[in-house]
Design a protein around this ligand. Structure first.
Ligand code: APR
Length: 241
């Protein structure tokens, strides 16, 4: 039996808000970030939604509407990841913490949104998840059960379980290379992925500046994602021959 040699490593890429910064979307914890303007407790927890649904809807309606701005488009980093996924012969999974649609618009398909998506809404009554581009409000009726008052952004709030964790765990289990792009490494479980694979996978962090978990990475590449991501992916394809 011919020994199975894994000539092409299996890769997991984790992205955060930094990859969408050059597409015109604010990050969360940069000085001009979202959490510098509004408090998590007021718009991104189940308690906030129970207390003041109109305020939470307004926050996500504005962010959802921003995705329809023609100036907000996938940048070179998103496009390079989509191209790489099609060219790479080994295993590949793109895990994003982002709720924007820029990876999908760039053409990424082997993609999971662990914090949900602005472009989807979920019914609190029946659990139905529907694509959603318009504003949501407390009177929005569920397209499935017809009841109003329960529709919410299909976004994971603080204190809620992230999505696709089984698929992500399986991909991390078998990966040979873990690349984190544009994330501050301050929110778990995503921030813990590097520690989960350390020692059995090569780990690389691409960021403008060191993140909270930088010391856990084997390698750090500093610079804007639109430059560092295409360069790294081209080098990986070149090395794979
Ligand atoms: N290129 C690369 N990295 C960048 C760029 C850029 N052009 N611009 C900013 N960054 C980096 C910042 O240095 C920072 O480390 O992106 C990171 C953004 O960090 P955060 O704003 O904390 O965003 P993120 O890590 O995605 O937050 C994780 O926290 O609020 C929750 O659910 C929300 O998914 C989010 C999670």
């Amino acid at each position: 039996m011919e020994a199975v040699t894994r000539r092409h490593p299996s890769i997991v890429v984790l992205t955060g808000a930094g990859i969408s910064r050059e597409s015109g979307l604010a990050t969360f914890r940069d000085p001009d970030g979202i959490w510098a303007r509004v408090r998590v407790e007021d718009v991104a927890t189940p308690g906030a939604f129970a207390r003041d649904p109109a305020r939470v809807h307004a926050f996500y309606n504005a962010r959802r509407a921003q995705l329809r701005d023609p100036a907000v488009a996938p940048n070179a980093a998103h496009l390079a990841l989509a191209r790489f996924e099609r060219a790479w012969p080994g295993g590949f999974l793109l895990v994003t913490q982002n709720v924007d649609d820029l990876h999908a618009r760039a053409g990424s398909r082997r993609l999971v949104h662990m914090h949900g998506e602005l472009g989807k809404a979920r019914c609190g009554h029946c659990g139905h998840v529907a694509p959603w581009q318009e504003d949501l409000s407390a009177t929005t009726a569920c397209p499935s059960c017809g009841r109003a008052g329960g529709m919410r952004p299909h976004v994971v709030w603080f204190g809620e379980m992230p999505l696709a964790m089984d698929e992500i765990g399986a991909a991390l289990e078998g990966c040979d290379l873990f690349v984190a792009i544009g994330t501050s490494g301050q929110v778990h479980p995503a921030a813990g992925f590097v520690a989960e694979v350390a020692g059995r996978a090569r780990t690389v962090e691409l960021n403008l500046e060191p993140g909270a978990m930088s010391r856990a990475f084997d390698e750090r590449i500093e610079g804007p994602a639109s430059e560092t991501v295409p360069a790294l992916l081209e080098a990986l394809l070149r090395d794979a021959g």
